[in-house]
Structure formats: C-alpha cells, structure tokens
Design a protein around this ligand. Structure first.
Ligand SMILES: Cc1cc2nc3c(=O)[nH]c(=O)nc-3n(C[C@H](O)[C@H](O)[C@H](O)COP(=O)(O)OP(=O)(O)OC[C@H]3O[C@@H](n4cnc5c(N)ncnc54)[C@H](O)[C@@H]3O)c2cc1C
Length: 552
C-alpha cells in the first residue's frame, strides 16, 4: 500500500462519480475520485472531435433530467460556471412530407402540432398531461428518487388514490397502448421517439413512461444543455469537489478493489499503486465491479450481479457544419433535438430490422444541433450536429482506415455513416453539402472511451421491466455490496441512466450512513450462536471519530 490514504475513493468521474465524491466531501470525508480516461466527465464530456473550434459532446448532450435534478439544484452548480441553454423548442419529430409534432414548453403549442396530425390528439394529450404538469413536484420526486422510491408516496396527496393508481398503471404500460388511448393520429410517433431514449420495445411494459416522462420534462423544464457542452456540467461538479478539498486523478484506471476480512481497504490502480480507503464507491457496471473485487463479493452477489443485462449497442456520428441543418420542417430548425425517422410505420420497420440483426437502411436517429442556441460551441456562423442510433450485435465495425491495403475490404462504419447521412438528407435536403467534417464512433469506440458503457449502451444497462426497478440486483439496499465499505453508485443502479446524479448521491449517503452506524461486533454466545449487541450512541461517536475528517 502506498502512503496515500483517504476516507473514500470513488471509481469513475462521470456525473454519478463526481456527485458521490461531492456528497462525501460535504460529509467531511477526504475523497479521491479516480478516472480511467484522460479527462473528467464520463459520459458527460465535450471535445473537439472533428475540427478545431467545434465542440462536440462525446456522449450525452441534452439534459432535461439534469436541470430537473433535485441533487444538482441543491449543489448550486451555477456558482461553478454551469449555465443552462434552452433552445427555442425542445424537440421536433418531423414527418417525411415536412409536417411534424413539436415538444414545446408551451403545452398549447405542442397540442396544436399534435392536432394537426390527428384530430383531437392535442386536446387529449393536454388532458392527459395536465394533472402531471400541475403536480409535477410529486412526479419529479417519484422519478428522480433513490431506492426504495418511497418519494412515490407524494403521489397520494397530489393525485388521490385513484390518480395514484393511474400513475402506477402508466408505469406499467406499453407506449403503443398509451398512444391507442391518447394519440390516435400520426402524432403517435412523437411519443414513440421519446420512448426510444430507453430500450424497451414499444409493445413492452415500461416503454410508455420513458416517453411520457421526457415529454413532461419538455413542458416543465425544457430539454436544455450546458453552455459550451455537457462537460460544463461535470466541470462544475469537479470544481465544487475541488473547492471542498476533494481530489481527482485522470488516466488512473482502478484495477482492483482491495479488501480484507469482508471490509474494503482500498484500491489498486493500473501500474500497481495501492491507495488505502475505508470506503470505496464504484460507478462501474456490476460486472466490472465483480472483476475489480473478485471473490470478496461472494457467490450469491456475484451470481445476481452477472445477470445484469446491457441494452442495445450504439453508433454515434458528430458533424462540423458550414451552416445550420436545412430541415424542411420549420420547427425543426429551432429545436435542440430532432427525432429522425418519419412515421410510426417507418420507426417500426427500423426496429424490426435491428431485431432481425440487420442495419436498417432508414434508421431511427436521435439527433441534436446545440449550436442553434449556443454559438460558443463552434466558430462564428458554423454549426455542429450529432446523431446516434441503436445497432444489432454482431456487426463487424473494424476501422480499416489503419490498414495499408483496403482494396478488397468494405468498411461498415463508413457505409453506415453514409446511410445515416442519407436519412438526415430525407428530412433536410442539402444537409450533406453543409458537412465540413464527420467523426464516427462505432460501439467499440464508445466503449473504448468509457469503460462503463459496453457496446456504447446509452442506458448503462437495459430498462426491461425487471431492471427498471431492480438495478443492479434485487435488493432493498442496491447501493451496498456484501463487502463492508464497498458501494456501487453508477447509472447501473436505481433510478438508472441520464445525467442527474441521483444514484451517486444515494450511494454516498449509504456510505455515510454506514460509517456513522457501524455494524456492532458479533458476540459469541456459546454453542456457536452469534448475536449483535444493540447499537449505542457511544458506539456511533467512537466509530465516527475513527474516520479522518477534513477540518476535524
Ligand atoms: C452515447 C450516449 C448518449 C447519451 N445521451 C444522453 C443525453 O442526451 N442525456 C442524458 O441525460 N443522458 C444521456 N446518456 C446517459 C448518461 O450520459 C449517463 O446515464 C450518465 O453519464 C451516467 O453517469 P455515470 O457517472 O453513472 O457513468 P459515466 O458517465 O459513464 O461515468 C463512468 C466513468 O467511470 C469511468 N470508469 C469506468 N471503469 C473505471 C475504472 N475501473 N477505473 C476508473 N474509472 C473507471 C469511466 O471511464 C467513466 O468516465 C447518454 C449516454 C451515452 C453513452
């Protein structure tokens, strides 16, 4: 073990790792956050991927859950430089003929666009969304709560018994079933596009709420992004952490979690350096945690953690553009996010192709153009755009560009990138002429930049119904592990992915609670029976004083 010693080490400096570290530092603990990548930020980071002066979000770009996050709100990140930029419109889902459905903070505006695609759909959406918008605090507390989601109890005073049961029904609904009740015209695809931010099929339980939650957020808080890029948010978190005395190290992959007699003792980094700590919080997928901690986690936990399933693979493109995207749909020119595929049938066709293991010729794209509202991201007059889509497993994404002889090799990455550009071109004729440069990240490239997203899985684990609730394992304290002092707090835990920091804070709070209330030593009571003595206030204090606290 090196001389270095901290109260706590956090593995991973994404939004959850940094939030966990901040929470521990605010609790008076000395903290080190170790990050494998060369920069802090995890899947909320920004880089010049294409040309100098063009700032691209390497992974996440649009953060409705971030601006709605009670965790970030409490940290006052604006004091550390975070500034939210709202595009005029949150999201547009254009159809191939130029019409489209728009998500606006103005509910009436959205309703008009839905009515234009299906008689009465706007009115029905407003009626459906109205109660949730009026009592949004109760919905937010439920959706952005730690496990167990006891904040859901706030639904009862807000909606009454019947309304609360309706909300539970909504949580279980397939998106197509909800559309059958509310959006009966072509605007149904507006809900499906938002549902596809998750990975549950449109006919599967749990897919409706993914779309409804995002669209409600669009009405209440918009779909904003940090000024200058996603790294602005994690940069603010890191700045707060440093102000609190916490430390960070990049290019520092943890290779082992060290423990002795069921108690964590520290972390080993690549190269063999060992750092001591009584608390370790990993923001890795559970499988990676098993790799780090080895046998110490025990058979039962290991077996359950290895059952955790990842979502689909992802390919992401970033473009530097000479001018804004020339969308045919007027609203799309003013929206931060554009869902590109066309009709519900075109979306279903793309999803069917992926389910059959084929790359679609007309894929469903989640795309964004943050420069329309944030000129700091590109040189004057220039723009950026990104798009990503799910891909089936088994595609050979080898980058042949490094090979001297590529004469008889076709490059699937370049070919599919062309397909993606053709798909954008259908909705924005002239788009390709505006491209100055493009950058492709196939699933392996995304994973190589962030060890927590195998295959570039945007969700950090599938949101099939079982994993919606029990993340990463079925447990009443999913942030704890069988090793005392070792916690897990990344997006693979409840309440799942998106940039909001709830998981990180929940894991850190669990760690702080454990440090305050030590498990009392087991007493042998004869015949091998073991019983714990009652915890006393004295025991709390003495254990607390063993922790090295900053300023104490
Ligand atoms: C392509 C993509 C697009 C997305 N788009 C959005 C979006 O628009 N809006 C949104 O809200 N969410 C989006 N998400 C999801 C969101 O980014 C994540 O849910 C969020 O970043 C999770 O935070 P985290 O801290 O748990 O994990 P991460 O942000 O992934 O951070 C984990 C960190 O841990 C590090 N790490 C892993 N293993 C080790 C190790 N052994 N040692 C040291 N460090 C390690 C990784 O390098 C990484 O930096 C997107 C995700 C992806 C992949």
């Amino acid at each position: 073990m090196s001389a270095a010693r901290y109260d706590a080490i956090v593995i991973g400096a994404g939004p959850n790792g940094l939030t966990a570290a901040v929470t521990l530092a605010r609790g008076g603990r000395s903290v080190l956050c170790v990050e494998a990548a060369p920069t802090l930020g995890g899947a909320a980071s920004t880089a010049e991927l294409t040309l100098p002066g063009f700032k691209h979000d390497v992974f996440s770009a649009v953060h409705p859950a971030g601006i709605a996050s009670p965790v970030f709100a409490e940290l006052n990140l604006e004091r550390h430089g975070l500034r939210w930029i709202q595009p005029e419109l949150a999201m547009v889902h254009p159809l191939a003929d130029g019409r489209g459905a728009t998500l606006s903070r103005d509910l009436a505006y959205t309703a008009r666009s839905l009515d234009a695609l299906g008689d009465g759909d706007g009115r029905r959406w407003a009626q459906f969304a109205g109660p949730y918008l009026r009592h949004f605090e109760a919905v937010r507390a439920t959706m952005l709560s730690r496990f167990p989601p006891v904040a859901g109890a706030r639904l009862l005073p807000a909606f009454g018994l019947q309304g609360s049961l309706e909300f539970v029904r909504l949580l279980l609904m397939p998106a197509e079933a909800l559309a059958g009740e509310v959006l009966r015209g072509e605007g149904e695809v507006w809900l499906y596009g938002s549902a596809m931010h998750g990975d549950a099929p449109l006919t599967a339980a749990g897919s409706a709420i993914a779309g409804v939650w995002l669209n409600l957020l669009g009405h209440v808080v918009g779909w904003p992004s940090p000024e200058g890029g996603a790294g602005g948010l994690t940069g603010a978190l890191a700045s707060l952490l440093h102000e609190l005395g916490g430390e960070t190290r990049t290019n520092a992959p943890a290779t082992r979690v060290l423990s002795s007699r069921g108690r964590v003792t520290g972390v080993e980094l690549a190269g063999g350096e060992r750092i001591a700590a009584r608390t370790v919080i990993a923001t890795t997928p559970p499988q990676a945690l098993i790799g780090l901690a080895g046998d110490a986690l025990g058979d039962s936990y290991t077996r359950r953690a290895l059952r955790f399933r990842f979502g689909p693979q992802t390919i992401k493109l970033d473009w530097a553009l000479d001018a804004p995207v020339p969308w045919t749909n007027e609203d799309a020119r003013r929206a931060g996010t554009v869902h590109v595929v066309g009709s519900a049938e075109e979306l279903r066709s793309a999803l069917r192709d992926i389910a059959r293991g084929r790359l679609p010729e007309q894929p469903f794209l989640l795309s964004g153009q943050q420069t329309i509202a944030d000129p700091t991201r590109a040189p004057a007059g220039k723009h950026t755009m990104w798009a990503y889509t799910h891909t089936p497993p088994g595609v050979d994404w080898t980058d042949w560009s490094d090979w001297s002889d590529r004469s008889d090799r076709s490059d699937e990455r370049e070919r599919f990138a062309d397909t993606i550009e053709r798909q954008v071109e259908r909705f924005a004729p002239g788009f390709r002429e505006r491209i100055l440069a493009r950058h492709i990240m196939a699933p392996g490239d995304l994973a190589a930049r962030n060890a927590s997203i195998p295959g570039g899985d945007v969700g950090h684990g599938s949101y099939a119904m079982d994993q919606l609730i029990f993340r990463p394992v079925a447990s009443l304290s999913p942030y704890s592990t069988p090793v005392r002092g070792l916690f897990i707090g990344g997006a693979a835990t409840f309440p799942g992915g998106a940039v909001h920091g709830v998981n990180g804070r929940a894991a850190a709070r669990a760690a702080l609670r454990e440090a305050r209330i030590p498990r009392p030593p087991r007493l042998r009571l004869g015949r091998g029976a073991e019983r714990a003595p009652p915890a006393t206030g004295r025991a709390h204090r003495s254990a607390g004083s063993r922790l090295r606290c900053r300023g104490s």
